[in-house]
Design a protein around this ligand. Sequence first.
Ligand code: BTN
Length: 258
Amino acid sequence: MDTIRLKNKLLDKVNEIRYLPITGSTNQDAMDWLIAGAGDGCVVGADEQTAGRGRFDRKWVTLPGSALAFSMVIRPKPEELLYLPLFTPLAGIAVSSAIESLWPVHPLIKWPNDVLLGGKKICGILGELAWDESKLVGLVLGIGVNVSKGAVPPVEQVSFQAGCLEEVLKTEVDRVDFLAQILNEFHRWRAYIGSADFIEYWQDHLAFKNQEVKLVATGGAEVFGRLVGVDKTGELILETDLGETSVQVGDVHLRLRS
Ligand code: BTN
């Protein structure tokens, strides 16, 4: 594999990067590329997405010049298969850790993987798996970061308050440098997936710790409790009236109890 550089930053484990001025969804592009044989660590990014997708079948709007929108092709190694549910949190950790390494701020991770800065969501992550019958082909991890104000969706279009990096940092962000940092942090943390250090980083950056929260299932069912933390499998631990309970990543929305 040739060594890849973005500007002057060396990207150690990145296989190939494709950059598109405009596309439908980089997750779709990465998925097609994965199925066509893309190797582990390939990346596709775009300046604008016309059919960007988010969790819970939501739309994710990416306007030109305002955001970072890219997707990674991952072909998990056999020893990583045990940790598949931790790959989207890994992407959240990579974004958080890239931000901390570049600027003096403390991002938080809203379980399972939204990154918050100044209490507002600045980054969303969508992981999608590809199967060939019962055999895993690989996964695609899509990351969308609101960099400047133009990326922030109007209040009526979001279920959690959104913000952008530049608003909090009060400085211009170089998207290419930031992308390079996220990719390097992703591959650095990947080596620790599921380890005590990985869980400790996640716990230290968990939003709403010790606060009263509610989890809302897609069907509308609600669970209330105090947010205790995450366990080593990535499940969220809540202290409810009936005792401690853990919740798997899935179709649940996490909110502060109002
Ligand atoms: C969320 O709902 O919070 C997840 C949003 C994920 C958006 C990113 S932008 C790059 C990639 N391409 C997509 O279509 N979605 C992801």
